[in-house]
Design a protein around this ligand. Sequence first.
Ligand code: SAH
Length: 409
Amino acid sequence: MPSFAASFSGNSNFYMVLTQIILKPGKEQSLKRFHPWVFSGAIKGMKGTAQEGDMVQVVDSQGNYLGTGHYANGSIAVRIFTFKPFDGSADFWKEKLQAAFKLRERLGLVHNEHTTIYRLVHAEGDGLPGLIIDIYGTVAVIQAHSTGMFALRETLADALVQIYRGKLTAVYDKSNEKINKGSNTPSTNQYLYGEGGEKVCLEYGSKYNIDWIEGQKTGFFIDQRENRRLLGEFSVGKKVLNTFCYTGGFSISALKHGALLAHSLDSSQKALELAEENAVLNGFDSTRHATIKADAVEYLKNLQEDYDVIVLDPPAFAKHLSARHKAVHGYIRINEAAIKQIKPGGIIFTFSCSQVVDKKLFHDSVMAASIQAGRKVRILHQLHQPADHPVSIYHPEGEYLKGLVLEVE
Ligand code: SAH
């Protein structure tokens, strides 16, 4: 690979002059394998200055160019968005989004009559660390997780409008909770293009009223689409308990496939209202759908109904490595309660979306729960996030959603 200085002097019109982050000897190895993070401990020094969110160039200890990314004041100091020379043009971002769009097209998610909800950009999985873009019908919702990506929101919105060729009615920026964490500054969330759009969107033909303004994340947990569908297949003629239900997706899928009844449980009243609204929207009345406001673990410990199928989809118990131990205990607790209580032959769909709890640790936690419950348990399926949430093979940290379908004897 040519050094930055050589390529810069050879073609000065096409390269931005950026602060250079110089790595310690040997610390270039992971970048050469396309892992997009530079940890602060790997940095020897810098040529110039860098503020939170600035674009910077990363070079090895010899000055050879490695990549360009966004600088941040955390332990991940740079998130690389290109390993090629970077010209800083709006076209660069448009091409990145276009590539993400093309993948979703190949996956059959664009212009799909039955599913109008999908993830267009999944951060590192699409070579765009710090950026999430979700599509709800004709509305794109941008959620930047880094100051650098936040600064690009207008450029990204323009590119989206061009890529969708007039099919988008709005682009909404929902970055505030990620960018202004804990600060008292007024919310920056706003429409960057257009305003509003049809809120009722589809997932495999089921209708969901999406609230991208007030809802959690960008409005919907898109990552469970294929798992909700699989649950449907296990639910024919069954009684289903959907704990941590949020907008009720697992319940709707179960009912759609012919469940006898589905109970949606959440500790949040707002979530239960959304679940109920979606049940009604799909034509399921109180004879088949009910909501339960409760703490999931407490409810599971004293289960009244003899459910055939239980869904456990808690929020991320561990957001950081330091919370991992506590998180594992949380997973053991809820899984033990469900395994103990479910009727013989019952099915449990159990999930973890904590990135720091990997597949093996989650698996081990569910094994510990099974041992403590003292019942025979078999794994029928091992679940994960869907293809519109791709994982770069060089960035295994991008794989965050894990699930198991258990059969309890
Ligand atoms: N399964 C959902 C997503 C779950 S999000 C889907 O498919 O869309 C996690 C949900 O857990 C949130 O709605 C939150 O309100 C709820 N929650 C958090 N702690 C809880 C607890 N202790 N008991 C019950 N629900 C809880």
